[in-house]
Design a protein around this ligand. Structure first.
Ligand SMILES: *Cc1c(COP(=O)(O)O)cnc(C)c1O
Length: 366
């Protein structure tokens, strides 16, 4: 049987939650969304959580609420999902990429500094693969230059650094409830923040620019970015299991690390000291010292019914709508090298001990 790279877990709680909403006859944003926002903020330890229709909408709303407008510049990583950077363009602002470091595949603070101009307004790092970005160094830079930080926490629900959960490391953070994420509702997202004004602006933004108190008074351009109560009911059931799911991912990752240690040319994921990783992805590096080419290994795994993924095969600056901004191959050598080396193996909570042993044995005998 094929072992997929990800698999949503849908149990009786999710079904019961959706049925209850269907029977109530109120399907759009309502009580379930309000309850999800309360529970999500409690879970993350933030003052506010604002539910929206996707992680992309969450990043867009956060940028809007932090005042990012046309002509502003936002610095981000080219080694991420496109939805990290697209909302910057959606606000009419300029995407400025900086290279990443090999240790955590994420923005290198030393590469960020030379990218700062008088127009820079914010930095947008990603808690990539489920591990919180190393914020301390970046925070100093942001303070010096009076820049906002937006945390793309779409892959990192429940991850911690020094007992603080993802969602607390910037002026606002964005989460996704897309079907493959650690907890999901098919589609959906949330913004977290400790700032009352930012929370209010996000609520307005998702609701056509209306404040939720006075309808048909449009304060500014807004979107329809609301989450449905149907999706919120699924997310509420999932949120109650977040710790269990994440624990399983961690246990699976530990098994893979033990089983795959000491293979020449394979670099295993690094968990930074003081951080807990929630392993949205278990990403190894297949370096040139490994006996096979990465693509040969992928074909071999697929022939053996093991799904795997490349996150991400091509850095963002090499795609047409960013290339237009003047980027070229070799602009970000580390991101480009990582794109050639990374390979994600299944780590999701639905894997059995047998699955994990099979994955390990299959790779060892490649
Ligand atoms: C999933 C994801 C998003 C976007 O989430 P959607 O809910 O799919 O819009 C943004 N950034 C990262 C890093 C993601 O993994």
């Amino acid at each position: 049987m094929f072992i997929p790279i990800s698999k949503p877990i849908i149990e009786k709680e999710e079904t019961a939650g959706v049925n209850k909403v269907l029977k109530s006859g109120m399907l759009a944003q309502g009580q379930q969304v309000a309850e999800l926002e309360k529970k999500f903020a409690q879970y993350c330890g933030t003052k506010y959580a604002i539910a929206v229709s996707s992680g992309t909408a969450a990043i867009h709303a956060a940028l809007y609420a932090l005042g990012i407008r046309a002509g502003d510049e936002v610095i981000t990583t080219p080694f991420t999902f496109v939805a990290t950077a697209n909302p910057i363009l959606m606000q009419g602002a300029k995407v400025v990429f900086a290279d990443i470091s090999e240790e955590d595949f994420n923005l290198d603070p030393q590469a960020v500094i030379p990218k700062i101009t008088p127009r820079t307004r914010a930095i947008l790092p990603v808690d990539l693969y489920g591990q919180i970005y190393s914020y301390p160094a970046l925070k100093k830079i942001a303070q010096q230059h009076k820049l906002k930080i937006i945390e793309d926490a779409c892959q990192a629900i429940g991850a911690t650094y020094k007992d603080k959960k993802a969602g607390n490391f910037g002026d606002a953070a964005a989460f996704s409830l897309y079907a493959t994420k650690n907890i999901m509702s098919g589609e959906g997202g949330l913004v977290t923040t400790n700032n009352t004004n930012v929370a209010e602006l996000c609520r307005r933004f998702r609701h056509h620019g209306q404040s939720e108190k006075t309808r048909y008074q449009y304060w500014d351009l807004g979107y329809n970015y609301r989450l449905t109560d149907l999706a919120a009911a699924i997310a509420l059931a999932q949120l109650r299991k977040a710790e269990r799911f994440n624990h399983k991912r961690r246990v699976h990752a530990q098994k893979l690390m033990r089983g795959l240690s000491e293979i020449k040319g394979i670099i295993l994921p690094q968990v930074k000291k003081g951080y807990t990783h929630v392993f949205h992805q278990f990403t190894i590096r297949v370096t040139k010292n490994y006996k096979l080419k990465r693509d040969t290994l992928i074909a071999y795994l697929q022939n053996h019914q093991i799904g795997c993924g490349i996150y991400y095969p091509k850095p963002l600056h090499l795609h047409p709508h960013f290339k237009r901004l003047g980027y070229r191959p070799q602009d970000f050598p580390v991101a480009e090298k990582m794109a050639r080396e990374v390979l994600a193996l299944p780590v999701h909570p639905a894997l059995t001990a047998q699955n994990l042993n099979y994955i390990i044995q299959t790779i060892k005998s490649a």
